[in-house]
Design a protein around this ligand. Structure first.
Ligand SMILES: NC(=[NH2+])NCCC[C@H](N)C(=O)O
Length: 268
């Protein structure tokens, strides 16, 4: 509850772009998001791997994706942090973060705010891009070599989507199989909660600085939603992903919105 909610004790800056199929502007967005989030907690940076093997285990740029996942795990474990604010990077940065938080906060709930289901597996993904697979990974369907490094998977009953519009056949198949639900006003929000916020959930008329502009959520509605979650639950993780401004001016504009989203959670 609110009284136990303190500020985040770690800002993980995780500039991974290799999970995205449209990564051109992600490094600029990751740097800008890290500059914003670094104001709210001490920052640790996940180093990018120079692994460039094209594809393995059904995942494009697997070598880099896996090396960065392991680096993030080591940084998180060493930090001892209890509450983590993460600046992505592509959506898949959250696999390491959610797994870590689930290990230290039993019964963790996950709210996945995104235009996309991101529930493909290496077998169903049409693109091989890992940013389309993090939901399946945290629910027990991670790529084979990642599994020994993951703890217990998230209970699908404690997972909620918000803002989803776009899915591939494999995304919807997993959603149906695990009966993944959408957050509504009846969903109880007690206990520790992690919020995944993919900026592409936002209406591109208001926030066009993403590579997959397919969302429909207004900025004020997003802020109200985050405030509601933070008042009702104990937010132990917030991850902001997929910021892809095409120049420094867009980076500045988008950064103001990212700051408001963080503050909606920090001071609900
Ligand atoms: N977080 C995102 N922008 N995800 C886009 C995923 C696109 C598509 N479903 C794929 O698997 O490649």
């Amino acid at each position: 509850m609110q009284s136990s909610q303190g500020p985040f004790d770690l800002n993980l800056a995780f500039p991974q772009w290799q999970g995205s199929g449209r990564h051109q502007n992600l490094p600029r967005g990751a740097a800008a998001a890290a500059a914003v989030c670094g104001q709210y907690a001490p920052q640790s940076l996940v180093p990018l791997s120079d692994g460039n093997a094209e594809s393995a285990h059904g995942v494009r740029r697997w070598e880099a994706v896996f090396a960065q996942f392991r680096s993030a795990q080591e940084i998180l474990a060493r930090s001892g942090a209890k509450r983590v604010l993460t600046a992505g990077g592509d959506c898949a940065v959250d696999v390491a973060v959610i797994d870590y938080l689930n290990g230290i906060h039993p019964g963790l709930r996950v709210i996945w705010i995104d235009a996309h289901l991101d529930a493909n597996t290496p077998a169903t993904s049409p693109s091989g891009n890992f940013h389309g697979m993090p939901v399946s990974a945290i629910l027990g369907r991670a790529p084979e070599p990642m599994r020994p490094f993951l703890g217990a998977s998230i209970d699908p009953a404690r997972f909620r989507y918000f803002g989803i519009r776009i899915g591939d056949d494999g995304d919807w198949a997993l959603q149906r199989e695990l009966d993944l639900k959408v957050l509504d006003s009846e969903t109880p929000l007690d206990g520790p909660v992690h919020i995944h916020f993919d900026l592409d959930v936002l209406d591109p008329h208001e926030f066009p600085y993403v590579a997959y502009p397919e969302g429909g959520l207004g900025i004020e509605d997003a802020i109200a939603l985050l405030g509601r979650i933070a008042r009702e639950a104990d937010v132990v993780g917030l991850t902001v992903t997929e910021f892809a401004p095409s120049d420094e001016e867009e980076a500045r504009e988008g950064s103001k919105v990212i700051a408001r989203l963080c503050e909606a959670v920090i001071n609900p």
